[in-house]
Design a protein. Structure first.
Length: 548
């Protein structure tokens, strides 16, 4: 340990004090590294309610006069209270400390000192507290020096990366910063250990609210770590973590992490404010580009470069994000944009909010298939929108950036059809919509409504009158390719019950299960019914949002 390392007074240092050089460690030698921050004198048996963590408790032995077995009882209590050590004078009031008490102290690594009979307690208190105060003054001086150095560094405009570099050198241990978008920033030592790859570990610390001293498994090592919160006004708490990798964590190191957390928070707030201003221009560009408001290819290129958002000349797709249930509020959508933009593995995705909806573009990349990119996005969406399920509506492939508006138009159309058809898959394109893409374009004519009602109304009336589910059964029957066994499994209903419902429905409508044309007409009517229900739900949802 270098000379610049400041640690508190610990139990082993007691033996270095001249007045205590004849003191003897009777038990608990494994705990001699415990720190001492005060001294207390015990001359009554019920002292347990008055002791404090970090105390060196000394006694003449008077409280145990005639009953030394009380020492055995009090040792676990003192240890639980955080008392650092116990010093006892022997010979005057007690001849010796019971063997059971010493055995228990060894088990707990709780140091017990036999003090010289001639020593004055006032001298013990003075000598130890002088050293404690000197150590504390040194630690405060070092803490202030560290804080001033890091403050100046940030005031001069150095970023978080340089800040972590300096902190790494000061503390001689790895430092990790987890921000509110789940990005892991590492000091040089932490980078060498590839700690950024252990995102689940840092997220778990946040979820558990593990602040202060905790234990972590890094690789094959079980180590101590000190966790402090950083307040940067983000949605999620930011964490600053100091790992006990190269040397023991001193108290001053822990205090340093707590104090500089304020500086880190302020820097992250400032960086976030700058980034928000920059991203406003990026958002405006993305919205103009995707919606087709930038007509000339040269203008598109110039604006993209000006915003630091270059667009590669390659085919790409526009994708809109739809919602299977209630649409999230704007703040949640903005948080999703922020998190996606912060992810290094999604930098090829351009995401923005356009007309109140999440819209993104994904370029064709041989090494990253579209499905893989959307899978990463879906995982990120599930973190932000824990209670809302989303669907990616994938537009047609555009030949280049200047054609993206056509892909966006097709993605919007797919989103509308998905809403009214009730399609519940996470990924939807024209191919997956099937016949709905044709039925959607049929006008709302009386002939079409009449065709639908001819099949659906008798079934609904029968369901209402008899409390059964002919319509639902038929819908699943066709989705399961007319497989009655699969349909009964989906409905959790007996095979014979499903068979009866289908036969009863065909009987009501005068249709034959064996006639392909009859089954096609019935299936089309059911699709039209699903779309009319979807349109009503969409209208109700829009009315509800307008009222809000």
């Amino acid at each position: 340990m270098g000379s610049n390392v400041i640690t508190g007074l610990n139990c082993s240092d007691i033996l270095l004090i001249p007045d205590l050089k004849e003191a003897v460690v009777l038990a608990g030698a494994g705990g001699l590294g415990r720190y001492i921050n005060r001294v207390n004198v015990m001359e009554v048996p019920d002292v347990i309610d008055w002791v404090r963590p970090g105390e060196f408790l000394i006694t003449s032995g008077f409280p145990f006069h005639g009953q030394p077995e009380l020492i055995t009882e009090i040792i676990p209590q003192l240890n639980q209270k955080g008392v650092s050590a116990l010093g006892i004078k022997t010979k005057r009031y007690i001849d010796e400390i019971p063997a059971r008490a010493l055995e228990l102290a060894d088990q707990l690594d709780f140091p017990i000192f036999e003090l010289p009979a001639a020593i004055s307690f006032s001298d013990v208190v003075r000598d130890i507290m002088e050293r404690v105060l000197v150590q504390e003054a040194r630690e405060l001086s070092q803490l202030q020096s560290r804080f001033q150095k890091l403050s100046k560094q940030l005031l001069h405009g150095d970023g978080i990366e340089d800040f972590l570099l300096t902190l790494d050198g000061m503390l001689h241990n790895p430092v990790v910063l987890l921000d509110d978008t789940d990005q892991v920033l590492c000091s040089p030592q932490a980078e060498a250990l590839e700690l950024a790859e252990q995102l689940p570990l840092w997220m778990q610390l946040r979820q558990e609210g593990s602040l202060g001293i905790t234990f972590l498994t890094v690789g094959e090592r079980r180590i101590r770590a000190y966790v402090s919160s950083v307040h940067d006004k983000g949605v999620d708490q930011c964490l600053l973590v100091l790992l006990e990798w190269n040397r023991e964590l001193a108290v001053v190191d822990q205090l340093t992490i707590d104090r500089v957390g304020v500086l880190v928070g302020l820097e992250m707030i400032n960086a976030g404010a700058r980034r928000e201003v920059e991203l406003k221009y990026v958002d405006q560009f993305l919205q103009d580009w995707i919606s087709g408001r930038i007509a000339a290819a040269e203008d598109l290129k110039l604006r993209a470069e000006a915003c630091g958002c270059p667009l590669p000349e390659r085919p790409l797709r526009a994708v809109t994000v739809g919602w299977l249930e209630e649409k999230p509020e704007l703040k949640q959508l903005q948080q999703a944009v922020k998190r996606v933009r912060a992810r290094g593995d999604l930098q090829h995705v351009k995401l923005t909010i356009l007309e109140g909806e999440l819209v993104l573009t994904v370029p064709e990349q041989p090494d990253i298939p579209l499905e893989e990119t959307l899978g990463r996005l879906l995982a990120e969406m599930n973190r932000v929108f824990a209670k809302q399920s989303c669907a990616f509506c994938i537009g047609d492939l555009a030949e280049g950036p200047d054609q993206v508006r056509f892909s966006y138009e097709s993605a919007r159309k797919i989103a509308r059809i998905r809403e009214v058809s009730g399609y519940s898959g996470a990924y939807v394109d024209y191919r997956k919509l099937g016949v709905f893409r044709l039925l959607y374009h049929l006008p709302e004519l009386a002939e079409i409504s009449g065709y639908r009602d001819q099949y659906i109304v008798p079934l609904l009336e029968y369901d209402s009158k008899h409390g059964v589910s002919l319509v639902q059964t038929l819908q699943l029957y066709f989705k399961c390719n007319r497989n009655i066994k699969r349909t009964s499994a989906e409905l959790f209903t007996h095979y014979n019950t499903v068979t009866y419902r289908i036969e009863r429905a065909c009987e009501l409508l005068g249709l034959s299960q064996n006639d392909g044309d009859d089954m096609l007409e019935l299936q089309l009517a059911l699709k039209l019914h699903e779309m009319s229900s979807g349109r009503r739900m969409r209208t109700d949802s829009q009315d509800s949002q307008r009222r809000r």
